[in-house]
Design a protein around this ligand. Structure first.
Ligand code: HEC
Length: 167
């Protein structure tokens, strides 16, 4: 009788463990399946939808405006090139391809509101952790930030080593 009870108890414990193991396996499989379906969705064509925190809520993009990009290149040269290059890590991240990784609003908010971005936006916070340096507001107007965005768009559209990029 005692033995029977013991056996029954062991069976029950064993059953629970097995069930838990099974659940864990089901969970692991579904996590992998979700990850795989994300990969199967193909390369990320559009930049992230994260708009960041700051004054810029909605940017409408048309075809690249060369004159605006030119203006942006000038501001970039004066106010950003001390910390950024396009192809290499410098004080800050390399900016090649930035328009494919980030939403236009995010980029402008990073330019206009870097302090709050690195405190409240998960992506910017991560960059701060990696670069160990706070990007500072460079006293640019919203129009200038928009022009810089156009400069980045032109670079990213033009391919590596374009004339605009070398400036
Ligand atoms: C004092 C150095 C410094 C200056 C000046 C500076 N940045 Fe930055 N920038 C950084 C650092 C460092 C980061 C990474 C985030 C952080 O640590 O604050 C960054 C991040 C960025 C990012 C995000 C990059 C990515 O991969 O998502 C953009 C865009 C950017 N900066 C644009 C600019 C522009 C445009 C200017 C000029 C108006 C500028 N920065 C001026 C240091 C600087």
């Amino acid at each position: 009788m005692q033995d029977d009870m013991q056996q029954l108890k062991q069976q029950r414990v064993f059953g629970t463990r097995n069930r838990r193991r099974l659940w864990r396996r089901v969970l692991a499989v579904s996590v992998v399946a979700t990850a795989l379906s994300a990969v199967a969705a193909g390369p990320i064509v559009a930049a992230s939808a994260d708009k960041g925190v700051g004054p810029v809520k909605d940017v409408k993009l048309g075809p690249v405006d060369a004159a605006l990009a030119q203006k942006g290149a000038q501001v970039f040269q004066q106010k950003c090139s001390a910390c950024h290059k396009f192809h290499e890590r410098y004080v800050g991240p390399p900016l090649r391809g930035v328009t494919t990784r980030r939403a236009p609003e995010w980029i402008m908010n990073m330019i206009l509101n870097p302090q709050e971005m690195t405190q409240e936006d998960a992506t910017a916070k991560e960059l701060l952790g990696e670069y160990m340096m706070q990007m500072t507001f460079q006293n640019v107007t919203q129009e200038e930030a928009r022009a810089i965005l156009e400069h980045f768009r032109q670079n990213d559209a033009a391919g590596a080593g374009s004339a605009a990029e070398k400036k």
